[in-house]
Write a protein that binds this ligand. Structure first.
Ligand SMILES: N[C@@H](CCC(=O)N[C@@H](CS)C(=O)NCC(=O)O)C(=O)O
Length: 231
């Protein structure tokens, strides 16, 4: 059995699926894809992932893409060290927050990341070469994102993507602008609402992730996160 993980720096998406690989103690080969050199759009990589994005998990020659899909796949194929709650409600809660992260948190964090960091890469290339590189990008939305990163995102978009606080307790009142998406119908103050976060913190399901992240990033395990076990 061979597992290869194509990834960029262990941040954001590339980190997200590295975490279960590490937590499950699986043997895996790291293959670094240099986004600074636009390697994700080169023919060799498009043969691996026609969408031209990292990360990608190669399991015995079968390619799995998209972090949430990769993580669910790893959980199904390697259940020995379980990371997904086994009960239906726990799994639903995990998927709710995962969806929230994918659709909201990652999008907004990503916009600031693209504005501040990817913009530097995009502007480092002279315009003729930049246009040639854009032609290789398979996803039209990503092409637009690269172009926007080069010119800079608008203040309105950046302001909308800034953190908005929302209560971590379903029993506290929430202002309408501070609700997680779709939560209105789901956050009746109920102990069993899947959008009710853990009593400790909303990211308690990510506790293990924080520990893994500390390990990957070199600090000692267990220092990040709230330090309490998930329920
Ligand atoms: N939905 C995808 C998002 C993947 C993604 O946005 N990857 C970024 C790196 S964090 C990427 O490859 N960016 C380079 C590009 O699009 O050119 C996932 O969950 O894996």
């Amino acid at each position: 059995m061979t597992l290869k993980y194509y990834h960029a720096e262990p941040l954001a998406n590339s980190l997200k699926s590295m975490i279960p690989l590490i937590e499950k103690g699986l043997p895996w080969q790291s293959i670094y894809v240099d986004l600074h050199k636009f390697e994700q759009h080169e023919p060799w990589f498009l043969a691996i992932n026609p969408e031209g994005q990292v990360p990608v998990l190669d399991h015995d020659g079968v390619m799995i893409t998209h972090t949430t899909v990769i993580n669910e796949y790893l959980e199904d194929v390697f259940p020995e060290v379980p990371l997904r709650p086994r009960d239906a409600l726990g799994a639903a809660r995990m998927r709710y927050w995962n969806k929230f992260c994918d659709e909201q948190v990652m999008n907004y964090v990503s916009m600031h990341g693209w504005h501040r960091m990817v913009g530097i890469i995009a502007r480092s290339v002279e315009s003729g070469e930049f246009e040639r590189l854009m032609e290789r990008i398979p996803l039209p939305d990503q092409r637009t994102k690269w172009r926007t990163a080069r010119s800079g995102f608008g203040e309105k978009d950046l302001a909308y993507a800034r953190p908005r606080r929302f209560s971590t307790r379903s029993t506290r009142s929430r202002s309408s602008s501070a609700r997680p998406p779709g939560s209105q119908a789901m956050t009746t103050p109920s102990r069993t609402s899947i959008s009710s976060p853990c009593a400790v913190c909303p990211w308690s399901a990510c506790f293990r992730s924080w520990r893994s992240a500390s390990a990957v990033l070199g600090s000692s395990r267990g220092e990040s996160g709230c330090g309490r076990a998930p329920r």
